[in-house]
Ligand binder design. Sequence first.
Ligand code: 5GP
Ligand code: ZN
Length: 114
Amino acid sequence: MSDCIFCKIANGEIPSQKVYEDDRVLVFNDINPEAPVHVLVIPKEHISSANEITQENSDIISHIFVVINKIARELKISEDGFRIVNNTGKNGGQTVGHMHFHVLGGRNLAWPPG
Ligand code: 5GP
Ligand code: ZN
């Protein structure tokens, strides 16, 4: 989509700090990190939100979770654990209309801290 910032990041029009890339998925550092590790995992194809996931396009979701498993190990957050967040729509707090999964780690995210 031409006016979508994450499509522009996916096609290189807007620079990003890439962590992982393959033919279907891009992982890059969030510009405003909320944890020592805060990356965004996006499909390269424009999918607006989880509201657009159907039986037909849902393969991308399992691929994204396989990629998260791989990059979490590479970023050394697997052992202590991490949080995967997807915000959907207005009430979900989604601010960028291209589906993305936040992966946060490197500190204790549990509240209250255990
Ligand atoms: P949302 O609130 O939609 O779940 O998350 C959007 C995320 O995208 C926010 O955490 C925000 O910091 C990040 N973000 C917004 N614009 C850019 C950008 O141009 N580059 C990068 N790397 N992250 C961005
Ligand atoms: Zn897009």
